[in-house]
Every structure is written in structure tokens, then in C-alpha cells.
Design a protein around this ligand. Structure first.
Ligand code: NAD
Ligand code: UDP
Length: 319
């Protein structure tokens, strides 16, 4: 049985990846320190003989007994309020954590895929963003801790590929959503859906003219799986190019949820990117991949998931 290590396994994307690799017949070792994740996302796997969970902070030396075919490094705070709350851990997991996992991949002769992000493009000056764009990042702004950690992560990954001949893959993930997102992680979809469920007004930051392009989790996982199995070593965008302004998106959520509440406008966070849309030409060409789930369908599934949460979870706020 082929063995895969998935870091960030108790998080949103990591837990869906664990499910996918189990379904594909792998033995999955999930690793997480629960800093932004939740045991509940993987508790359904605890009795599975092909799954093992290791509670560990990947910024500390990572040791795994036995063979490893693949490593997927997804551990990192991912939402702006998370990485603003734990900025040093964010830098450490992108830098030290990635270094540890590359070292492990080298010892095990494993192929490693690392989770990068559209944030490497910062507040982009070209639109849509293609992989050859170098980006427009404010290294010393509050978001810099995440953006620069991810840029360093890409740089060290390419260095391990070039210098050690390691088999590496880099996915640049654009805003992805779906069941198991944390309701209070501050990202716009859980934020709006939580507000709708609690009967609160929807908070649009700035004038809401900034855009995002939202990808459903199953499409994202399919893209990542195909990239891992491909022989392409350079970064590749995976996201859904269907772009919408946050203002229009709030209206879409009001319609979908049937809430009687309105939109209220709040200050725009520093360095909040004004436009974001993936150019997925490369993913189409190299991976024969494109998203299949449209926003209407994906949002309905996600809202159904949030509706199943308890009152306690709905009103729990860490912030
Ligand atoms: P998440 O917060 O739900 O999951 C991240 C997981 O990593 C959590 O379970 C957390 O506890 C774990 N983790 C963090 N630091 C750790 C450490 N030092 N050691 C061990 N575990 C640690 O976030 P997500 O949305 O699932 O994001 C997963 C990955 O994908 C991240 O690397 C993120 O940067 C990347 N990404 C996600 C998106 C998106 O839209 N969801 C977009 C771009 C990039
Ligand atoms: N946003 C918003 N209201 C919220 C949460 C987010 O208007 O309650 C905006 C945010 O300013 C950004 C967009 O929605 O312009 C997407 O934010 P998110 O945190 O989901 O992702 P990111 O900014 O990392 O793309």
C-alpha cells in the first residue's frame, strides 16, 4: 500500500485530501497541531485501518517511521484573521515547517507537493493572474507574514528540486470553500453564512468592489491530485475563474440563505487585494483540469453544512 503524509490534516483542505487519498487506496498519515484545525474534521477516519493521526507541530523536527511515497504540506494558518493573530507561527510553518518536510522528503525519496497561494501575487497589477506574474506584495504589511512565508516556501521548494533533485510540486490555491471551513475563521463565505444564520447584517469590507473567484473544494482537491500525479514542477494555479465583487457576492448570499438582513459596510483591511482571478490556462493544458461545480451548487452544499452546526458552534467566537 502506498503511504502518504498530509500535514494540516485536521484543517479544511487537509481533511478533504485525507478522504480523497483514502478513497484512492492509500495509507494516509495525517499530521496536525490543531492550531487552526478541528479534530471533528477527521474524527470519521480515526477507526479506519488505513489512517493514522500524528499530533505534531511541523516546525519541530518531523519523524516518520517506514516508507513514504508522497508528502502534501498543507499545514499553515490560512485565513487573514488567523495569520494576523498568530503571525510568527505563520512565518515559521511556511519556513521551518517546509524545510523540515523537504528534508523528510529527501530522506524518504518521496515526492512532495506544497500548498502555495494566490497571495503570492499580492494586490495584483495584472489581471487575471497567470503563473509567470511575479506579484505585488507588501513584505512588511500585516499580510506580509503569510504572503512572504508562502513565497519563501516556493523558493526553498524549487531550491530542493534544483539542488537535490527532489521531486516537487507547487499548487497556487485561489480562494476555496466548502464544508468543514471554520465558521469563525473570518473568511468571507463562513463570515456571511454565519451572519445569515445568526440573523445579523452581512459585513462587507471597504466599498465591496474588490473581487474574488471562489472554487469549490472537490474541484480544488481534484486539481491537487492531478498535479501530484503529473510531472510538472513549476507552480500551477488551481481555482475557479468565475469572478465576482464582494458587494454582489453579499447579495448572492442574501438570496441563497433567505436572510432578511442587510449589508453593512466596514473598513477595508490593510493590503486587501482589489482583484483576484486565476488564469487556469496551464492547469487546463497540463492537468486537463477545470472546475466543474458552479458557485450556486457549491454554496448550497456549504450552507447546508453550516446549518447542521450546533447553536454553541454558531455563536462561538474566538475573536
Ligand atoms: P485550515 O486553517 O483549515 O487548515 C490548516 C491546518 O494546518 C489546520 O488544521 C492547522 O491546525 C494546521 N497547522 C497550522 N500550523 C501547523 C503546524 N505548525 N504544525 C502542524 N499543523 C499546523 O486552512 P485551509 O484552508 O485548509 O488551508 C490549508 C492550506 O492551503 C494552507 O497551507 C493554506 O495556506 C493553503 N491555502 C488555502 C486556501 C483556501 O482558500 N482554503 C487558499 C490558498 C492557500
Ligand atoms: N470580506 C468582507 N466581509 C467579511 C469577510 C471578508 O467583505 O466579513 C472581504 C475581504 O475584505 C476580502 C474578501 O471578502 O476582500 C475575501 O476575504 P477572505 O478573507 O475570504 O479571503 P482573502 O482576502 O484572503 O482572499
Amino acid at each position: 500500500m502506498k503511504r502518504v503524509l498530509i500535514t494540516g490534516a485536521a484543517g479544511f483542505l487537509g481533511s478533504h485530501l485525507c478522504d480523497r487519498f483514502i478513497t484512492e487506496g492509500f495509507y494516509v498519515i495525517g499530521m496536525d497541531n490543531y492550531i487552526t484545525g478541528d479534530k471533528k474534521n477527521i474524527s470519521h477516519l480515526f477507526d479506519n485501518p488505513n489512517f493514522q493521526f500524528v499530533e505534531h507541530d511541523v516546525t519541530e523536527f518531523v519523524k516518520i517511521d517506514g516508507d513514504l511515497e508522497y508528502i502534501l504540506h498543507f499545514a499553515s494558518p490560512a485565513s487573514p484573521i488567523d495569520y494576523l493573530k498568530i503571525p510568527i507561527q505563520t512565518l515559521k510553518v511556511g519556513a521551518l515547517g517546509t524545510h523540515n518536510l523537504l528534508g523528510l522528503a529527501k530522506v524518504k525519496k518521496a515526492r512532495i507537493l506544497i500548498a502555495s497561494t494566490s497571495e503570492v501575487y499580492g494586490d495584483p497589477l495584472i489581471h487575471p493572474q497567470s503563473e509567470d506574474y511575479y506579484g505585488n506584495v507588501n513584505a512588511i504589511g500585516p499580510r506580509g507574514v503569510y504572503d512572504e512565508a508562502k513565497r519563501f516556501q516556493e523558493a526553498i521548494t524549487m531550491a530542493y528540486h534544483r539542488f537535490h533533485g527532489l521531486e516537487t510540486r507547487i499548487v497556487r490555491i485561489f480562494n476555496t470553500y466548502g464544508p468543514r471551513m471554520r465558521l469563525n475563521d473570518g473568511r468571507v463565505i463562513p463570515a456571511f453564512m454565519g451572519q445569515a444564520l445568526r440573523g445579523e447584517d452581512l459585513t462587507v469590507f471597504g466599498d465591496g468592489k474588490q473581487t474574488r473567484s471562489f472554487c469549490y473544494v472537490d474541484d480544488q482537491v481534484e486539481g491537487i491530485y492531478r498535479l501530484l500525479m503529473s510531472d510538472y514542477v513549476y507552480p500551477i494555479n488551481i481555482g475557479n475563474p468565475h469572478e465576482i465583487s464582494i458587494r454582489d457576492f453579499a447579495k448572492e448570499i442574501i438570496k441563497l440563505t433567505g436572510t432578511k438582513q442587510n449589508v453593512v459596510y466596514k473598513g477595508l483591511p490593510i493590503d486587501d487585494p482589489m482583484q483576484r482571478q486565476p488564469d487556469i490556462t496551464l492547469a487546463k493544458k497540463i492537468l486537463n483540469w477545470k472546475p466543474k461545480v458552479n458557485r450556486d451548487k457549491g454554496l448550497k452544499i456549504t450552507f447546508e453544512y453550516f446549518k447542521t452546526l450546533s447553536k454553541e458552534e454558531l455563536y462561538k467566537s474566538e475573536h
